[in-house]
Ligand binder design. Sequence first.
Ligand code: BTN
Length: 327
Amino acid sequence: MSHDHLLELLKRHPDQFVSGAMMSQELKVSRTAVWKQIRKLEAAGYEIEASTKLGYRLVYSPDELSKEMLAGMRTAARFGQVVHYYEQVKSTQDSARELAESGAPEGTLVLAEEQTGGRGRMGRGWVSPQGKGIWMSMVMQPHVPIHCAPQLTLLTAVALCRSLRRMTGLPIGIKWPNDLLIRGKKISGILLESAAEDERLKYIVAGVGISVNLSEGDYPEELLAKATSLRIEAGQPFNRSEIVTQFLQEWETLYDLFLQEGFSAIAALWESLSVSIGQKVRLITPQGELEGTPVGLEESGAIRIERADGSLVAIFSAEMGEPLSRS
Ligand code: BTN
């Protein structure tokens, strides 16, 4: 028996439990064989509720995030023109870096259904289960000085926030520098890794992780208080290909604006979407800890912090804690 037959049977009974006895009878296999196939479907991203009394019920089927689907929906001119699609990779960052090293053009996109070694900022991991999220990395080759790389991180967060807000209607905001939050919980992270040669930016690999259709069971216990997904927050799943398509378009539009006019228009958009401005926080910087209230972005992409004594300081890189109190 293949798990296709089992899936067909579950799909024939939408929202209902199908008993293990009935399944093994219809499919002419043992109850143990049914259970093994259920486990395989779960590993492929399906969610199946199991009850000892009632049997099995299909709760969630992953949508398709294939190259073909994206090709049909694509609207951006350069971003995502070349797509490398994988069922499973260690990290899309590594795959995109290899492509960039071998001369892949700007806009080359790597997408994977699952990452076994997804990476986050500050050496952390990134939960990337099969068929539930968008795990992607894109090659960028902007002709800008290397110190402009942080601006591209902020630009990516703005593009993602704007497209996700539009598509989901959810109250998504940006926590400095580039975490997307809904009601204080993280739904997306951005990781930019750059390669330079003689002070010149050779390329950037922009990694974006969007927790689209994950359920609470997909997160380790210790992350549940801090992480969420669009599906958990909206109570409905979303089409991943559509999100990728819309995001690529928004991203390219803002990127072109940035290349033509510089960072100020992007900074204003970032500030309007930020949940960090005006919230007193503790920051852990490479130079030590400080407390203060973010009041705006610098042209450089650094965040301007006002301390209790009214003095201002620009921070380029830090770990920003939870809000201490409203100011
Ligand atoms: C963070 O907030 O810490 C950044 C998370 C970045 C995750 C994405 S998923 C696609 C790409 N591949 C990775 O290994 N990481 C990024």
